[in-house]
Write a protein that binds this ligand. Sequence first.
Ligand SMILES: O=C(O)CCC(=O)C(=O)O
Length: 257
Amino acid sequence: MNYLTEEEKQQLQFDWRYKGVSILNLLTESEVDSYSNELERIRLERQENDTEGQWGDYDPFMYPHKESEKLTDLMKHPKVIEAVEFLMDGKVFGVQTWAYFKPPGQLGRDQHQNIFYTQCDANEIINVSVAFDNHDPNNGSVWYLEGSHKLWKLPMEVDEERAKTNPKNWRSERGKPCVIPEGHNFTKIDGHLKRGQVALLHSNVIHGSEPNESNRFRRAYLTGYIKEGAKFAAGHQMKRKPIDVGSAKLSQLSLDL
Ligand SMILES: O=C(O)CCC(=O)C(=O)O
């Protein structure tokens, strides 16, 4: 069954090619309610079980799919799988999930490319951000530099002072911006997602997020997909392992559900 309309496919492809970010409508209001209640359930569970004080109330949540069948199913949403297979032109497996709560006042994420972390080749990793609230620049949405996905993997520069603002167990939010080579003048596109929409981010597009200056949360469930056959870095902090999403066959690889 096809979940993407021809019009959606054309729009996806155009934005992918020329901008580096594509947006899709995915969930109904009641579906978002149900997934965000589930995210809140596992967040509260994390806080209850956190006897050593490892996590702040609204620190990003690592691997929420491991705590919830419902969120595992969302990672396998057939429309998302069809879109990432279409954009990477091949079968895919899942590789990571995480979630942001972004309460009022929380800082943003510095400019980066996802390929820096996964070390794949270009267009072999797609991260998908599912909006559980309306996202806009005022509540700290994800912006991107239009067309910057045409750049190769960029180096990053460490800013030790800024890195001190990271949550204890989540070290890559701030203080490691990528360095843009001279002579580029990409247009910065502000992030606007309606609740239930998803943004698909090209492996090489430069993006980041703003501080949340509103009185609203900016929650998002994030999933990553890698093209079958691609090499990727397991990671130091985020431990990446293949996750079956019903596309690429993982019989040779260890499953991590
Ligand atoms: O949602 C955010 O604040 C950052 C998301 C992001 O940078 C990513 O998906 O790579």
